[in-house]
Write a protein that binds this ligand. Sequence first.
Ligand code: FES
Ligand code: FES
Length: 133
Amino acid sequence: MYTEKVMDHFQHPRNVGEIENASGVGTVGNAKCGDIMRIYLDIDENQIIRDCKFKTFGCGAAIATSSMATELVKGKNIREAMEVTNKAVMEALDGLPPVKVHCSLLAEEAIHAALWDYAEKHDIKIEGLVRPK
Ligand code: FES
Ligand code: FES
C-alpha cells in the first residue's frame, strides 16, 4: 500500500522536534480526523530556510509527509518554499494511497502557516501566501 520512501520516512522521520526562538511556527489540524501538525522554521537574514523541524500527531502518512516536507523546504528561500505543495511532497514520496492524500495537505498548510507567522513578524509580503484558517 505504501511506497518504500513513505515507509522510510515513517520509520525514520527526519527533522523531528522543535526550534527554539523559531522565525516562524505554524500549527494546523485536519478537520477529518483531528490530527495535528506543527512546523518550525529558522530563516536567516537572506530569507533562506536554514532549518526546519516538525511535530506531528497523526497517521503514518502524515508523519512521512511532514518528514519529506521539512527536507524539501530546507535550503530554499521563502518564495521557493511556497512551491512545496502537497503534490510536490507526494511526488517526492513516490505517491500516497488515495485515501491518504488529505493527510499530505497538513504539511503544505503547516508550512504556509509558519511562513505566514514569519512574514507577519517581519512585516513582509510573500507572493501567493494566504492567511491560514
Ligand atoms: Fe486524519 Fe487522514 S484521516 S488526516
Ligand atoms: Fe490523520 Fe492521516 S493525519 S489519518
